[in-house]
Design a protein around this ligand. Structure first.
Ligand SMILES: [Zn+2]
Ligand SMILES: [Zn+2]
Ligand SMILES: [Zn+2]
Length: 362
């Protein structure tokens, strides 16, 4: 993620901010130029960015900003959309007349915007179902019917035909932690869910029936293996023995498509975390004799190895800082050789998609 500053007072701001905490100016995000901007309201009632606005274009806020304070993305004034590029992808949201749903839903929206930031930065196609019923992406945020989140009537977080469903309970920290422990996972986050599920969408878009499918099967296995049986076996008898030497996570060993989605999610996590470190000017020099982490444009990398070379020293350092402050590891995974091969493949698929879309040879 890029590092943002208020253009009025230079105070650092977060991607999620809609107001500068130092000078109070209104902030909004411009997804097309990946920029968080301070805004001035003009006499025409529109908002004008103080930077990154070469055409002197006016903007409006998204309806979810004005009604729920749940979004900070802007809409160009010449568009008749009422929802921004992120919120317009929502197909179902929870009942907001139930007060306790609002903060949980807001958390999911924030995770979705971080996912979309990465997809747009990677130069991937992000279309709504209105733009393309076949290739479009949509979100359903659903709540369990049973208030106690029993197994019956449980909403399954998952993906089907471009529709990503996220259970609202995943935004509840206590509930998500309970599920993480139940499922014996080392990592379970809202953002991780979005990244994982988007992997299924882009597999369908970029790998299925493409020239890359044969190589996919060589690396990940044949995805035509019965899905329900594979997932049933995973939850019934546990992950494949010795998964550590072949897969990125235990869950990745359940089925080739889950292996892909886990690899995809890790790829996006690595790219975005490296960008954040670079944006903050992080340099790790180890014992001083060798530069171990150097800034790079991770979103436009040409090979995965270029990223890996920086990722390993960065995670050693940040994991150590986390341990010093009493937290768990930032990145609690060991990348075995086959997992690295799969991450190389993900990077190539992304790069080819960008090339095919004519967004540069990067
Ligand atoms: Zn400010
Ligand atoms: Zn919005
Ligand atoms: Zn999955």
């Amino acid at each position: 993620m890029k590092a943002f500053n208020c253009q009025l007072c230079s105070q650092p701001t977060y991607f999620e901010n809609d107001r500068c905490l130092s000078c109070g100016s209104q902030l909004g995000y411009l997804p097309d130029v990946h920029s968080l901007v301070a805004l001035a309201q003009h006499a025409d009632g529109l908002l004008y960015p103080l930077a990154n606005n070469p055409r002197n274009q006016g903007y409006r806020v998204c309806l979810n900003t004005s009604e729920w304070h749940a979004c900070n993305w802007l809409i160009a004034a010449d568009s008749d959309a009422v929802y921004c590029r992120s919120c317009c992808l929502n197909e179902i949201i929870p009942d907001l007349s139930v007060a306790s749903n609002v903060p949980l839903w807001t958390k999911l929206e924030a995770g979705k915007r971080r996912l979309l930031y990465s997809l747009l930065r990677l130069g991937l196609p992000v279309l709504s179902k209105a733009e393309s019923p076949e290739k479009g992406l949509a979100f359903r945020f659903l709540k369990d019917i049973s208030a106690s989140f029993r197994e019956n009537n449980t909403v399954l977080t998952g993906h089907s035909k471009g529709i990503i469903t996220i259970n609202l309970a995943e935004a509840d920290d206590a509930e998500r932690e309970r599920r993480r422990l139940d499922l014996n996972e080392v990592y379970r986050t809202v953002l991780g869910h979005f990244r994982h599920e988007s992997g299924h969408h882009y597999w369908q878009l970029l790998v299925a029936n493409s020239a890359a499918q044969a190589q996919f099967r060589q690396l990940f296995g044949d995805e035509r293996v019965d899905y329900d049986t594979a997932i049933g076996n995973h939850y019934g008898s546990g992950p494949k023995p010795g998964w550590e030497s072949r897969y990125i996570t235990a869950y990745a060993s359940s089925h080739p498509l889950e292996d892909w989605a886990e690899s995809w999610a890790h790829f996006v996590t690595i790219v975005d975390s490296l960008e954040t470190a670079t944006e903050f000017g992080v340099v790790i020099t180890g014992n001083g004799s060798k530069q171990l982490f150097a800034p790079l444009d991770s979103y436009w990398s040409t090979t995965f190895d270029e990223l890996l070379e920086q990722w390993l020293p960065l995670t050693y350092a940040v994991n150590s800082i986390n341990r010093s402050s009493g937290h768990g590891d930032l990145y609690p995974f060991v990348l075995c050789r086959p997992a690295i091969q799969k991450l190389r493949f993900v990077q190539q698929v992304v790069r080819n998609a960008r090339f095919n879309l004519g967004q540069g040879a990067g």
